[in-house]
Write a protein that binds this ligand. Structure first.
Ligand code: AMP
Ligand code: ZN
Length: 453
């Protein structure tokens, strides 16, 4: 009996998850644009989708997943105007666009791994799929969905009847609102480029020949192309940020479904946005935190992951260092419960308690509720913490090592110094252990050790 329920943006309903193939789930996640250092806002999204993948796996599904890397043609605005972000990044850094993309793909994947996010089956670079993009533009043109302007090949959204459905767009209002600046050759304000032409004299290093002129794909196209080529006609789950609903995902659906006459995805999941210290994340406010910034402040990337998972993916969240500190303390508390297990103070977790944790995740990925159930489970035992690590990828066991022989020796010496009431020596040993990240507390049953950080 399927028990996983997910909120589907397509129907605006919580639905019981029922994949096309009984045990293989095909997932596509819109990936990063790779022209600048990714920040905590970007990674919150990938942490939520990691939780989704791990929840699917905990329900015995096998997951085939693709994440794209937008290394071409993503313009500064969500529409089709403005500068290419990669070209802009390259100009600022004096590197080629290819070097900029390479650099930020590595940076992104490095942080992705530090956050212990489940690796997708494939990473797909947009520039590796140009011929396949062109095949789709040709197909759309053959089916009468496109028209050419001086600056590109556009998708005529009036020909795709369901265009407004996904985002519940009010096309009339869009038309009225856009009338003033709507003066180019587009037939409808919502029409979008599936291919852009590079104008004579325009600086654009990434270019491919199509229709006898240099150009590059419109940025929505890569996702449709990559899904079609790597995952097939209809996938089970498509994920992205809520910002993707009105334009990017709406356009993905239009071009894929127009081209292939098949539903693009059965379930669409969208995560909410992060603010930092109550403000939108932006360069001008200087409130961009990268994972490296958090590490420099003494945090583990997994403390950040812990913080993300303390909230629900559909909730708007405000990040601050104080918030991160409280997540660090909670993760330390869990590691110290493992330390108690190492000291023989484990407590078997009942099947009911295990069920409560998975039931929370099965309820539309309710990680805050799952965390509350973990808090309630007490010390647990090593098997329990292995299960928790598998479910969340928090590296709790790895970061809760058993004592080394040397630490064990110092702890025993400290106990005997205290028994002899040699408090000076006992304090000295406590300090020595603290320097090695081992804390000691005295309880009525004797001394107990844990981790300082
Ligand atoms: P970008 O690479 O800048 O296009 O960002 C990729 C995606 O990261 C965006 O489309 C959003 O879905 C997500 N994202 C960006 N900023 C935030 C934020 N502050 N909070 C949550 N997600 C974000
Ligand atoms: Zn996409």
């Amino acid at each position: 009996m399927p028990k996983l329920r997910l909120y589907n943006t397509l129907t605006r309903k919580l639905e019981t998850f029922d994949p096309f193939n009984s045990n293989l789930v095909k997932v596509y996640t819109c990936g990063p644009t790779v022209y600048s250092q990714p920040h905590v806002g970007n990674f919150a999204a990938y942490v939520y989708w990691d939780l989704m993948v791990r929840t699917l796996e905990a329900n015995d599904y096998k997951v085939e997943r693709v994440i794209n890397l937008t290394d071409v043609g993503h313009l500064v605005s969500d529409g089709d105007d403005g500068e290419d972000k990669l070209e802009k990044g390259a100009r600022k850094s004096g590197k080629t666009v290819w070097e900029v993309a390479e650099y930020y793909i590595s940076a992104f994947q490095k942080d992705f791994r530090r956050l212990q996010l489940r690796e997708p089956t494939s990473w797909a670079r947009a520039t590796d799929y140009i011929d396949e993009d062109i095949a789709i533009v040709d197909l759309l043109t053959k089916k009468g969905y496109t028209y050419e302007t001086t600056d590109g090949v556009y998708f005529d959204t009036s020909k795709f009847e369901a265009y407004a459905d996904f985002a519940k767009l009010q096309l009339d209002q869009l038309r009225a609102g856009a009338r003033v600046e709507f003066s180019n050759e587009k037939k409808n304000p919502s029409d979008f480029a599936v291919w852009k032409f590079i104008q004579p004299g325009e600086q654009h290093a990434m270019r491919w020949d199509y229709l006898g002129r240099p150009g590059y794909p419109g940025w929505h196209l890569e996702c449709s192309t990559i899904i079609h080529n790597l995952l097939g006609e209809t996938i089970d789950i498509h994920t992205g940020g809520i910002d993707h609903i009105p334009v990017h995902h709406t356009n993905e659906i239009a071009q894929s479904e127009a081209a292939f006459d098949k539903k693009l995805a059965k379930y669409w999941l969208h995560c909410n946005f992060l603010t930092v210290d109550g403000e939108k994340i932006s360069k001008s406010l200087g409130n961009i935190y990268t994972i490296d910034d958090l590490v420099k402040q003494g945090y583990s990337p997994l403390d950040f992951k812990m913080w993300v998972l303390q909230g629900h993916y559909q909730t708007e969240r405000d990040f601050s260092l104080e918030q991160l500190e409280s997540a660090r303390v909670r993760r330390l508390n869990w590691r110290n419960r493992i330390a108690l297990c190492h000291q023989g103070q484990q407590k078997t977790v009942t099947p009911n308690q295990y069920e409560k944790i998975l039931a929370a995740l099965d309820d539309n990925l309710n990680s805050p509720q799952a965390f509350a159930a973990i808090d309630e489970a007490g010390n647990g035992d090593i098997k329990f913490w292995q299960y928790i690590d598998k479910l969340f990828g928090l590296s709790l066991l790895h970061d809760a090592p058993v004592l080394t022989d040397e630490q064990e020796k110092l702890i025993n010496q400290r106990a005997s110094a205290r028994n002899k009431k040699d408090f000076a020596r006992s304090d000295e040993l406590r300090q020595q252990l603290a320097d090695d990240n081992i804390s000691i507390s005295d309880t009525p049953d004797g001394q107990v050790w844990g981790y300082v950080r």
